[in-house]
Design a protein around this ligand. Structure first.
Ligand code: HDD
Length: 703
């Protein structure tokens, strides 16, 4: 703790000015603090000791060694040194919010769970969205599955629905989870790539694990490039059971449906977003909640009996299979509203601990072997991540109903249990917790006949039918995106036999898909298809699996950027703003400088974003309101040309007035239904409510 000069006594002439500089620093901090106003409680150490100076450590002389005695410095640095906890091995990067779940349709007939049977009941929730592969500091927009985890603080304890934005999973058995995760994470010898599946180890594993192919279809679709966390679906994935008051069990699958509709970005947009705003999704969720535009999802269920399950042409206990909603329809039973951003990111979003084993009376597990393994994994990881067995006492994890048991002690025990009794049965204390008839009960399910062993059920053997169902259910642009994503990812794979093995699998899924990918990779000839344990079947297409088909034509919850420069027509800007905001979207003014521009009415319009730092990628549509001189000026700005070229290339609507012509020409914008006059707000709103899919073949080559 001694400085370089600590031993040499400073000369008198240097000592005096240093001492006064230190006083000046103190004075400047005091002055700034006084200016900021407010009522400030005294700053204290963790032991409550008031701190008089938080700017300078305790030193033997002004330029001399720092003293070990400085407990304030030591406590502050020690705490800082321990600020990080191990990040989640998967789903490390996440954003979360508080809200509530409101039941609109009772499932009383099927379950005793109060959260699912009392209509109108509002249950507090904490919902965390995440990417899977990247570290906590990685970007928001890689091609990746999104976690969708909801903790319901019910009257009967916490129920965690820990799902994803994809209804199936990579593997059928939990014993494969470390392998799939290792393969997608950074390669262990080189430490890259971060947050990307486009590398050899991932595709090597996948090419040898055909059960993953259905999930791969989803992962390569635009589902993994969401426009906003407010616009993703969520799925509980596994079949669970609902148990009613007669002990009767019904299978259930849970689905979250975003009220704003499903929407994704294009791949090129997602790549550019990673640079333009690494926090794009977190910021989007934060801004929406802070502005009162609370995101909402419907909760829907698929309910089916054992007999219906037995009649399905696949095994519903296999997490690589979904039940098309055309086969078992969805019933909406409630809605979730996220209306409060956490007060503190670490205390809540980082420390929240979800666990699929957290269920409440009236809900039960199924025998899905992936789910069964998950029931063990989460508590185990949380014991180490959160430092011991008392993490349920952290406010975000604690039940909001009374809870009491006889578990005691351990690291970070925050409660002070009273009395002598910490065992059961007991008779010494009148208020010790006891079992209750309303307690959790497992389904009385007769055990199947069979032999113990490490056996994969035969009913799990069909790996190609549902990938085919998914691919063939997509719209033409979505099929092209999926094929192009496969070409992109496999082009990053250095090992030829892995690329070939993947294309071989695709042949079982769809011959045209295999051909598109083989052509896209520039393969000479078609690699052989591997043997298939079960010949793929043709299921009826399920349009519900599309995004584009399901996408709402709406601007609600979206954002539009208006590019202005000095001389822009004030009336046009006003009319556009009114129309766009009227459609439920936000407007951001973009100009060369943050100070904004002086419009045609002589008034200054401040900008919300500086052009160089606010590319059109962050908007759903753009308007270019420019005078001829303004257009000529911006036609010489690379950022302005990129702004327009990207909007066009990303199939967004563009409203442009005559003055913008110089920029649109430089950006290569060609007239189509999505390019409208800035004065025609009606046409602009219509065009901006969706992407211009017809434009795509003119702006990029897809597989
Ligand atoms: Fe998992 C975290 C979702 C399979 C082991 N998982 C985690 C999170 C989500 C999921 C959303 C983040 C929760 C949060 O925000 O804190 N996981 C899924 C889904 C799966 C799945 C939908 C398949 C249907 N997971 C799965 C398996 C295992 C795990 C098969 C292990 C056998 N998952 C974990 C974990 C994590 C986790 C290692 C990391 C951090 C944590 O649990 O708390 O235990």
């Amino acid at each position: 703790m001694a400085t370089r000069k600590s031993k040499s006594a400073p000369s008198k002439s240097t000592r005096t000015p240093v001492r006064s500089a230190s006083k000046d620093l103190r004075g400047a901090a005091d002055e700034l603090h006084q200016q900021s106003g407010g009522t400030h409680p005294p700053l204290t150490t963790q032991q409550g000791i008031p701190v008089a100076d938080n700017q300078n450590s305790l030193r033997a002389t002004p330029r001399g060694p720092t003293l070990l005695e400085d407990f304030i410095l030591r406590e502050k640095i020690t705490h800082f040194d321990h600020e990080r906890i191990p990040e989640r091995i998967v789903h490390a990067r996440g954003s979360a919010a508080h809200g509530y779940f409101e039941l609109t349709k009772s499932l009383k007939k099927y379950t005793t769970a109060r959260v699912l049977s009392e209509v109108g009941e509002r249950t507090p929730v904490f919902c965390r969205f995440s990417t899977v592969a990247g570290g906590a500091g990685s970007v928001d927009t890689p091609r990746d599955v999104r976690g969708f985890a909801v903790k319901f603080y019910t009257q009967d304890g916490n129920w965690d629905l820990v799902g994803n934005n994809i209804p199936v999973f990579f593997i059928q058995d939990a014993i494969k989870f470390p392998d799939v995760v290792h393969s997608v994470k950074m390669e262990p010898d080189r430490g890259f790539p971060q947050s990307a599946s486009a590398h050899d180890t991932f595709w090597d594993f996948i090419s040898l694990t055909p059960e993953a192919l259905h999930m791969i279809m989803w992962a390569m679709s635009d589902r993994t490039l969401p426009r906003s966390l407010r616009m993703i679906e969520g799925f509980g994935v596994h079949s669970f059971r609902l148990i009613n008051d007669r002990g009767h069990s019904t299978f259930v699958k849970f689905h979250w449906r975003p009220r704003l509709g499903l929407q994704s970005t294009l791949w090129d947009e997602a790549v550019k977003l990673a640079g333009a705003d690494p926090d794009f999704h977190r910021r989007d969720l934060f801004n929406a909640i802070q502005s009162g535009a609370f995101p909402e999802w419907d909760l829907a269920v698929q309910l089916f009996t054992q007999e219906q399950a037995d009649a399905l042409p696949f095994d519903h206990l296999d997490a690589t299979k979904l039940i098309p909603e055309e086969m078992v329809p969805l019933t909406v039973i409630g809605r979730m509203v996220l209306d409060r951003w956490p007060d503190n990111f670490f205390a809540e979003t980082e420390q929240v601990a979800y666990c699929p084993a957290n269920i409440v009376p009236g809900i039960d597990f199924s025998n899905d072997p992936l789910l069964q393994g998950r029931l063990f994994s989460y508590l185990d990881t949380q014991l180490i991540r959160l430092g011991g067995p008392n993490f349920h006492q952290i406010p975000v994890n604690a039940p909001k109903c009374p809870f009491a048991n006889l578990q005691r002690d351990g690291h970070m025990q925050m409660q002070i249990p009273r009395g002598r009794v910490n065992y059961d049965p007991s008779s010494l204390q009148q208020d010790s917790p006891r079992e209750t008839a309303r307690g959790f009960g497992s389904t009385a399910e007769p055990a199947e006949e069979g032999t113990k062993g490490r056996i994969r059920a035969e009913s799990f053997a069909d790996h190609y039918t549902q990938p085919r169902l998914f691919y063939r259910s997509q719209s033409a642009p979505e099929q092209a995106h999926l094929a192009s994503a496969l070409v992109f990812e496999l082009s990053k794979v250095e090992t030829a036999h892995v690329r070939e093995a993947m294309v071989g699998h695709l042949r079982h899924i769809d011959a045209d898909l295999a051909k598109r990918v083989a052509d896209g990779l520039g393969m000479e000839g078609m690699p052989p298809a591997p043997p298939a344990a079960v010949k793929p079947q043709d299921m009826s297409p399920s349009p519900a699996l599309q995004i584009i088909g399901k996408m709402k034509a709406t601007l609600e919850g979206r954002a539009v950027g208006i590019l202005v420069h000095d001389g822009s027509d004030a009336g046009t800007v006003r009319a556009l703003r009114k129309a766009i905001e009227g459609a439920g979207a936000t407007v951001k003014i973009v100009a060369l400088k943050l100070g904004g521009a002086t419009l045609s009415d002589g008034k200054r319009l401040p900008a919300d974003g500086q052009l160089a730092g606010t590319p059109s990628i962050v908007f759903d549509a753009v308007a270019l309101v420019l005078s001829a001189a303004g257009g000529a000026r911006l036609a010489k700005e690379a950022a302005a040309i990129d702004f327009v070229r990207d909007a066009f290339g990303h199939l967004k609507a563009i409203a442009a007035d005559d003055g913008a012509q110089a920029v649109t020409e430089m950006a290569g914008v060609e007239k189509d239904d999505g390019v409208v006059a800035a004065s025609d707000t009606v046409a602009f709103l219509k065009a901006a409510a969706k992407r211009q899919w017809d434009r795509e073949p003119r702006v990029r080559t897809l597989a």
